[in-house]
Design a protein around this ligand. Structure first.
Ligand code: ZN
Ligand code: ZN
Length: 190
């Protein structure tokens, strides 16, 4: 069994399709059959080589949805719920955070941990199916998988993509709450 993936071979080079063998599953890992994977502005930067420390070739795609097609051992979701074959999940692209640095422990921003690895960005395609622009995505042991709530469709989720969570995070950081902005009192509004 092999899987096709879209690959950025190097900055400013045309995208290539490459075939990858089915990964050997480590204990606690899973394989997703990809349903959706986002194309975002970061992918454009990656294509142009504007991010440092990117181990080209890479399989882009850092926000994705898939169906669990295989697993080994007992992987669990972020809530501790067992992951089963057939489950529809998404996952946190940031992985291998150290849980001992300033960003992990104090700033509560493990997405900035210097040890982090990121699906679709800082995992090399030479290390396997570690990006979403692929027919299958390998969930390494410890990847934070998330089940979809019953009332949320994968289509709706992927439509928001990482742009939505980034915007929400910015609002969070700004300390603005729902109803806090009294827009009508601003001098330039009518
Ligand atoms: Zn993105
Ligand atoms: Zn850390």
């Amino acid at each position: 069994m092999t899987y096709l993936a879209a690959v950025f071979p190097a900055p400013n080079q045309p995208i290539e399709f490459r075939e990858y063998p089915e990964p050997e599953l480590e204990n606690g890992s899973a394989l997703l059959k990809t349903l959706y994977s986002e194309v975002c502005g970061t992918d454009v930067h990656l294509h142009h080589g504007r991010l440092s420390g990117v181990p080209y070739p890479i399989i882009p795609g850092h926000v994705s949805v898939g169906v669990v097609s295989k697993l080994r051992g007992s992987p669990a979701s972020v809530t501790g719920a067992p992951i089963r074959e057939g489950d529809v999940v998404t996952f946190l692209d940031v992985n291998e955070t150290c849980n001992s640095c300033y960003y992990c422990l104090i700033a509560n921003q493990p997405t900035r941990c210097p040890s982090r690895k990121v699906y679709g960005i800082t995992y090399s395609a030479n290390d396997g199916l570690l990006g979403g622009w692929s027919q299958a995505i390998y969930m390494k042991p410890g990847v934070k998988m998330i089940h979809f709530p019953k009332n949320l469709s994968p289509e709706t989720f992927i439509g928001g993509g990482c742009g939505l969570v980034t915007a929400l995070h910015a609002v969070d950081m700004a300390g603005i709450r729902l109803g806090a902005a009294q827009v009508r009192s601003l001098p330039w509004t009518v």
